[in-house]
Ligand binder design. Structure first.
Ligand code: 5CA
Ligand code: ZN
Length: 468
């Protein structure tokens, strides 16, 4: 099955999202999907708090005057903005934008909040919905017109160095998040022509879906003083002088959930990393004639024991066949299934089935919590490892145009030499029908001899890929 077909099918059958909502690019989170989403957000929330970020919540609407203030920013977003023009039947004096992102909502308030160096650094974040009138093919979680899980952080600093340090911290935070979820990635400094509108530079995280297409799953932007100058975000230094702050912002979205689903899933459905699985262990009784009650009770005891040990457990006592239950929990991506039949009741054991590798093992009841814990860890590690291996098998290198053409046909990411000029970069994009992801972050060491377009010395490595 084609990946995109598989993806749509799994969102539907595992009840992650309902795509039948009658507005293009807008979808409905269903309860099971919402629980996965919630756990991803909570992971990140906790990490952000631990690293000194405070959570805020800004209004959805931005006055046109504010949104338009930063010239590059509005130039980059104007084709994507949804406008509120009326209140009831009355036309508004000033149009209001549904936020496509929140720099122009937040920074005017930063200007009011920040007085002196003592107020810095200021590190805030919010998890909100944002709206972008996307014209490329819309897809649930991947390219939405209402991005429902937009986690954006915004920071202000006294010095450029501190802002640079913040870019590194953001890089660490997102690296940690993706590692935790077993999502492999590369980080690249986006080419000048593809940076965030209004930024000095953009560091982006890209992963690869199984079809070899790159998906941008997070971005960190160095804003320098561009926005602080536009919105008069100043502070008084220790010496009593007034200066503009340096700013950064960074964001991830529903795409993180899309990556979890797309990268770990298989023909049987979702395969969820235990850390975000709404249910970690499904307990399935396998009754036999003459031992129904014993089996039912034993399965209940197994579920209780695991719950007491803090696992997220569901006892499946529905009146359907065990085979159908197996199928159902596999589709839902539950990492571990505990099976209890008459033989296990007799022996004082439980059969543990791992979703990732379809393997069974029998463990003693006494040893069950420890065994489940070890198995969940093993599943997480295995998912991370096998995703990493597949990812690496899709990273290619090529030195000449002919080799590049062959390499991009396989999908994945191709690295090549680059002189650094925009014209050569764009030439590669056009000739190969790919996007330039940019140069390796944090270190872009020269690894190739020549730029394949102009033949000049390759001071940089350039990454190319077909993207979402
Ligand atoms: N204000 C900055 C930092 S939050 C910002 O808006 N950056 S962004 O434009 O790069 O968006 C942040 C992240 O949102 C991107 O890295 C990408 O992963 C995700 N994203 C962007 N557009 C969409 C979309 N239409 N649907 C789903 N996710 C999206
Ligand atoms: Zn060149």
């Amino acid at each position: 099955m084609e990946f995109s077909e598989w993806y749509s099918e799994v969102l539907r059958s595992a009840e992650v999202m309902d795509v039948r909502y009658p507005v293009k690019g807008m979808y409905v989170w269903m309860p099971y999907g919402f629980e996965i989403r919630r756990r991803v957000v909570e992971l990140l929330r906790k990490k952000l708090r631990e690293t000194g970020h405070e959570e805020v919540l800004f209004p959805t609407l931005i006055p046109e005057g504010n949104l338009s203030k930063e010239a590059e920013h509005i130039a980059g977003f104007e084709d994507e903005v949804y406008w509120v023009t009326h209140g009831g039947t009355k036309e508004l004096n000033e149009r209001l934008a549904l936020r496509p992102t929140s720099e122009t909502a937040i920074y005017p308030m930063f200007a009011l909040w920040i007085r002196s160096h003592a107020d810095l650094p200021l590190k805030i974040f919010q998890v909100v919905n944002t709206f972008r009138y996307e014209t490329k093919h819309t897809r649930p979680l991947i390219r939405m017109r209402e991005i429902t899980t937009f986690k954006e952080a915004h920071t202000a600093h006294a010095t450029e160095e501190e802002a640079e340090e913040q870019v590194r911290e953001a890089f660490e935070i997102y690296s940690w998040l993706f590692d935790t979820l077993g999502i492999p990635y590369i980080a690249s400094v986006r080419p000048e022509w593809d940076k965030f509108p209004g930024a000095e530079y953009t560091v982006a995280f890209d992963t690869l879906m199984p079809n070899g297409r790159a998906l941008q799953i997070g971005t960190v932007h160095m804003l320098g003083q561009n926005f602080s100058k536009t919105f008069e975000v100043t502070f008084e230094t220790e010496e009593g002088e007034t200066e503009y702050v340096y700013m950064t912002c960074y964001g991830v979205s529903d795409r993180v959930v899309a990556a979890v689903i797309g990268i770990h899933g298989d023909e049987s459905g979702l395969v969820l990393p235990p850390v975000v699985a709404p249910i970690q262990v499904a307990v399935v009784p396998i009754p036999k004639k003459g031992a129904r009650r014993e089996v039912k009770e034993a399965a209940g005891d197994v579920a209780d024991l695991l719950k007491e040990h803090g696992f997220r457990v569901e006892l499946d006592d529905r009146d359907i066949s065990p085979g159908r239950k197996f199928h159902y929990w596999e589709l839902k991506g539950v990492p571990v299934r505990a099976e209890v039949g008459p033989r296990e009741v007799e022996a004082g054991t439980v059969v543990l089935f791992r979703r990732d590798e379809f393997e069974r093992e029998e463990v003693d009841l006494d040893d069950l919590p420890r065994a489940v814990e070890a198995l969940l860890e093993d599943v997480a590690e295995n998912l991370r490892e096998r995703a990493r291996e597949r990812f690496e098998s899709m990273l290619h290198r090529a030195e000449t145009l002919d080799d590049l053409e062959a390499a991009v046909r396989d999908g994945g990411v191709v690295e090549t030499g680059w002189c650094g000029s925009e014209s050569c970069g764009r030439e590669l994009e056009e000739r190969l029908d790919v996007d330039a992801l940019g140069t390796p972050y944090p270190d872009d060491e020269p690894e190739f001899e020549r730029c394949p377009v102009c033949g000049r010395r390759a001071d940089h490595t350039l990454r190319l890929a077909r993207t979402y």
